[in-house]
Ligand binder design. Sequence first.
Ligand SMILES: Cc1cc2nc3c(=O)[nH]c(=O)nc-3n(C[C@H](O)[C@H](O)[C@H](O)COP(=O)(O)OP(=O)(O)OC[C@H]3O[C@@H](n4cnc5c(N)ncnc54)[C@H](O)[C@@H]3O)c2cc1C
Length: 336
Amino acid sequence: MSPSGVRGGVPTGAASGVTVAGSGLAELTCARLLAGRGHPVRLTPAAPDAGPRPLLLTAPTLDLLRSLWGGGLVDDAPRLTHRRVRWGAHAPAARFAQPAWVVDGAVLAHRMRARLGPLPAPDGPGRWTITARTGAEPAPAGHLRQAGRRHLLVGTATLRPGEDAATAVLATTDLGWLQLTPLGAGDCLVQAMVPGPARDPAALLGRILADSPLGAALGRPPRSAAAVAAAPRLHPAPALAPTPARPHGRLTVGAGAIRFDPLSGTGTAQALRTAILASAVVDADAAGIPAPPLCGHYARRLRAAYAEHLRSCAALYGTAFTGPAWQDELDAARGA
Ligand SMILES: Cc1cc2nc3c(=O)[nH]c(=O)nc-3n(C[C@H](O)[C@H](O)[C@H](O)COP(=O)(O)OP(=O)(O)OC[C@H]3O[C@@H](n4cnc5c(N)ncnc54)[C@H](O)[C@@H]3O)c2cc1C
């Protein structure tokens, strides 16, 4: 790492440090990577707990998590062994081995924070701010690109006795796709993707369950449900280099930078990858590489991942949802 200095009127260098504004999985991973490379890191206090955030992590995601954080973060999480998928009204169901762990994202973030321990902080705010939050940044970064309006309805219910508690099950209905994810102890996460917002998520989830053979696996539909915005989304300016007028650079990471359709099952892996890339930008800047091209590279990598993701969404959704309700979502994926 080179010593700090001044380049184009903007301070450069290793000692200028980073503020990590947020305590999500990507933000904490940046803190770990950068602190490990000797950068002073200031972590803003954790946000108040907003309750559990269930995540299904497949083996490749867990491998990535372990490679970044070491083992022991999710070893006590309920484990699934298989997945059963029936995608499209006329497709046969297929059951295949797919090891996966059902993790509470809030608990995982809490454990990551504890594992970080105290960090040497920079004197001021630092040369970079890294965050997964959106909305507070200056123009032109305020407008997120979003491909569609779809929402994930999320509730929990009880599995009927005798149901397979080690297999996540995915199927489609005319309204959208439906997934049941056993959570252990007879509980089950019930998720359904619908092509827009939902005024009464629990009622709509009940209708979808009634439409699907999967509904029979539950004692009763979830009593309550939330509708979470879940269309793919890309931040148009996820990396702003420091300038003489704005000496603090900004790197947006995690779901704030790029949000994948939950169907992909790779949202957390993608968030961790943004953390690796953003940390590399900070590290390379500290080593004296000009920040604007580093930021350009970061944005291009995200755009390429987003374009690839939209192509696979268009292909996948296009095979299962041919009715008018999903047309806008398909058009958004194809046209973005
Ligand atoms: C509906 C939906 C379902 C998903 N399901 C999966 C899945 O099954 N598997 C998968 O791999 N990915 C899934 N994802 C993606 C996943 O949620 C995130 O992309 C990933 O876990 C980590 O991204 P992150 O670090 O940006 O977000 P987070 O860890 O969510 O953090 C983002 C920001 O929110 C703040 N924050 C986090 N927790 C709290 C809290 N409790 N209270 C207040 N603020 C908080 C953080 O401080 C941070 O600034 C899903 C996404 C959506 C939208």
